[in-house]
Write a protein that binds this ligand. Structure first.
Ligand code: SF4
Ligand code: SF4
Length: 390
């Protein structure tokens, strides 16, 4: 049986979100196919950091609200949880993203995953700890945001499950599995272990360019859903014209015959491919990975690296120093910005992801820019077009 991915048009947030969510649920057999009366339902939006919803870093609260309402109608008991990348004050993340207001208005409590403990998991030689409330819930509903990602090219359903790992453990796992291939395997295993029963992505306004936090909001105008998070992400690749092989965690789709998208059934409800605007992305090793085998990409690493460049927007807050899993950044007393020890950098992009002032740009080596990217069609971008949100 092919995995079903439903896509429906939703041109803006507000009153149009609920009917669009209902359309998706109807296409997948209704909310009762996922939630039974009395079940505890952990709903996991993307709450990467304390940004306002219009910046397209986090799942929009209207999408969360629409799903909570249907969960309650089905008799489920909803709660909301995610572990942001950089947790300095989780309550501030909840408030600034608009999620706390939805929690209050809909009576769905927010769970602090940083204080709830974790359950150790071993899978295929990988070891990680998943926050207990995530594994203890009867069902998990996954509400990712559709964004580009400097490390994994796309972040949607599978990558969103990384927020099931509490607090600093996420940073430590970057150090433990610095290689993109190993990290992709880890992302896949976390998602398989958490096993969300439903993934519904917010693509009304997505992000293109240097995501997942410093990119440009772009109006994509859709919501999409699937019972299979890997299928949903492969569906996003098709919609946004991102080659599946450029998204490293999709190589670990556990479904049989997943390669080539043989199991995917894309259903369009009220929208067509032509309606969708395409994001751009840029990462040297990802682009090279589309052209040559992964082993060769690693060998060419010293020619295609990306390193953080800290610009004038830096406010010397030190968050990136704390987030760096390799100890490659340090803040000297009195310095106006952190200094980089390039030899230690593992190119994980965590610093870029957590900077609240978008002061960090991941820059690629000139060799790659001039000798490789310039020769690729479209400058090595996945898609074309894109519709910036004013
Ligand atoms: S680069 Fe960003 S995160 Fe790092 S110290 Fe400066 S403002 Fe803070
Ligand atoms: S400097 Fe930035 S990209 Fe390099 S290892 Fe540290 S967090 Fe990762």
């Amino acid at each position: 049986m092919p995995a079903k991915v439903i896509v429906t048009k939703c041109s803006d947030y507000g009153p149009g979100v609920q009917p669009a969510v209902d359309c998706l649920l109807a296409g997948l057999g209704g909310i009762s196919a996922f939630v039974k009366r009395g079940q505890s339902v952990l709903i996991k939006p993307n709450l990467l950091s304390n940004r306002s919803p219009d910046l397209a870093v986090t799942t929009h609260p209207d999408v969360l609200r629409a799903v909570i309402r249907r969960v309650k109608e089905a008799g489920g008991v909803p709660a909301i949880a995610d572990s942001p990348h950089s947790v300095f004050k989780i309550e501030r993340v909840w408030e600034d993203t608009g999620i706390a207001a939805v929690s209050r208005e809909e009576g769905a409590p927010l769970i602090n995953l940083e204080k709830a403990g974790s359950t150790p998991v071993s899978a295929h030689g990988l070891e990680f700890g998943v926050a207990k409330p995530v594994l203890d819930a009867d069902v998990v509903i996954n509400l990712p945001k559709v964004k580009t990602h400097m490390l994994t090219v796309l972040t949607c359903a599978v990558k969103n499950m990384y927020g099931s790992i509490p607090g600093n453990q996420k940073t430590m796992l970057h150090r433990k599995y610095p290689d993109v291939a190993a990290f992709a395997r880890l992302l896949s295993e976390i998602c398989i272990r958490v096993k969300p029963c439903l993934s519904l992505c917010d693509g009304v306004v997505g992000m293109e360019g240097p995501g997942p936090s410093a990119g440009r909001p772009v109006r994509l105008g859709f919501l999409a859903a699937s019972a299979d998070p890997f299928a949903l992400d492969r569906g996003m690749c098709r919609l946004l014209r991102i080659p599946e092989r450029a998204v490293p965690y999709l190589r670990h789709d556990p479904a049989p015959h997943a390669a080539g998208g043989a199991r995917l059934e894309l259903c369009f409800a009220g929208t067509t491919l032509d309606d969708l605007r395409l994001p751009r992305f840029a990462r040297p090793s990802s682009i090279l990975g589309r052209l040559i085998p992964g082993g060769l990409v690693r060998m060419l690493g010293r020619y295609v690296w990306m390193r953080p460049f800290i610009g004038d927007r830096c406010k010397a807050c030190g968050l990136c120093v704390k987030a760096c899993p390799a100890g490659a950044l340090r803040m000297e007393p009195g310095a106006s910005r952190p200094a980089l020890d390039a030899a230690r950098c593992i190119e994980c992009c965590c610093c870029h992801e957590v900077c609240p002032h978008n002061a960090i740009e991941m820059r690629e080596r000139r060799f790659f820019r001039t000798r490789v990217r310039g020769r690729l069609p479209g400058g090595g971008q996945a898609g074309s077009g894109g519709c910036p949100v004013a």
